[in-house]
Write a protein that binds this ligand. Sequence first.
Ligand code: TNX
Length: 531
Amino acid sequence: MLKKIASILVFSLGVNVAHAQSSYSIIPKPVSIQAASGRFDLGRQTVLVAQTDAARKNAELFNEFLWNRYGFKMSITRVATGKAIVLEDQADAAAAEAYSLTVTADKITVKGGNTGVFYGLQSVLQLIEQQNGALAVPAVTVNDKPEFGYRGVMIDVARHFFSLDELKKIVDLMAYFKFNRLHWHLTDDQGWRLEIKKYPKLTQVAAWRDSSILGQYGDFKPFVYDGVKHGGYYTQEEARELVKYAADRKITILPEIELPGHSTAVLAAYPQLGCKDTIYQVPGYWGVHYAIYCPKEETFRFLEDVLTEVMAIFPGEYIHVGGDEVPKEHWQESSFAQNMIRKQKLKDEHELQSYFISRIEKFLNKNGRRLVGWDEILEGGLAPNATVMSWRGEKGGIAAARMQHDVIMTPNSHLYIDHYQSKDKTSEPTAIGGFLPLERVYSYHPRPDSLTAAEQQHVLGVQANLWTEYIGTNNKLEYMLFPRMLALSEVAWSAKSARDYTDFSTRRLPLRLQELEKLNVFYRIPEAKVT
Ligand code: TNX
């Protein structure tokens, strides 16, 4: 109902805008965009010109979008004849993600590195106007490049499992808005989601939770079970398929394997990796759970085996190892962990956690990979080469940047898209709490003023996190992502000085939302601002 009423508002707004200035509605906003006169008519007779295999891949993906959105494809050729969209891949492009785009009545030219050309084509798609069934692109010159090299979205598939098809749909939309990192939160207390050949119980046991194992942690509402054994996992083949699908769309996947906390599901499968001689169960409720990995040699062997299989699937340079919310009681109550603290001459459990993470980092570095962790990995001493994801505000990120460590900003104050989208929580589907309206996401700037220019260079970029404790369906996943993901795309891509919330929300967003509607995305309609 809410969606219906608001959609009437947006559509009436959209129609007015469509005729006045539907052009140049690109999100995220390009660095420069200059209007010219005339337009390029687009149709079945138009050809895509691609001279290399890599350029051809971009052309095929452009065609795929045209097919889904408008029901036709163009032919792809090596030589331009007649009206053409020419893809000029420049192997020596200095900035790999930059592109230029020129549209005249006869020709569209997209120039850049192969990734830049891909982004240029996304801009072309967003410029297409449809009038009386005919398609056209207004004449224009665009020069564009991203502000940040890391433009990410995190999806938690551990609290609720999402199908490969749904993830591909999200990847398509991420690419359309020029994101380049998907952080795949694959493990947590409530489930392990990746096939590991050496440890079959991870998918036989740890991937499934049971309706009988409910509880309540603090204010967290337990998930209401429907009698279904909730869970699921991705085979290695499926994970590889998503890696390839994303890579074609210029998106690198960062897999996350949580340690030493958020790992109860693993202990349910392999209890010997915990410090207690007990039975663990995969919990069906949220929060910070007591059971964590014991710092035994057997645990490190297990983790190295797991990470070896993970690295074989995910070729990206980063492996995320969690590190957040590690309660220390499990170690305080274990004579093994206490002996370890003494033997390694550590001060306390925080230093033991740091020892744990540093050992894993050494292993990853030896294998040519870099470790990322949540900002708790600062406690007890940061591993020498670690990159920090700052989620409890910017504090951790600022501290890490001052120590010359790389940082990705994901503050829960601005980028936790599991929070409510309205102040009136009763009008919204249940969420974890908090209030994060579109405008607040848009207002975020990831380079804190308190850092020097050199320190700011350590901020690689930004990411929104979608935790799925209360998200069990594709529709709800999309409802939480859209349109806040579009606001984030502009935070990540466009310079702060170029950003303008009024232009974004009243002119460009309504047009993009119409498009999401056509692409069957279950987005939330933002409240129309009455001025
Ligand atoms: C904290 S953010 C967590 C997650 C929860 C989230 C809910 C982070 C690194 N840990 O385990 O899902 O809050 O907002």
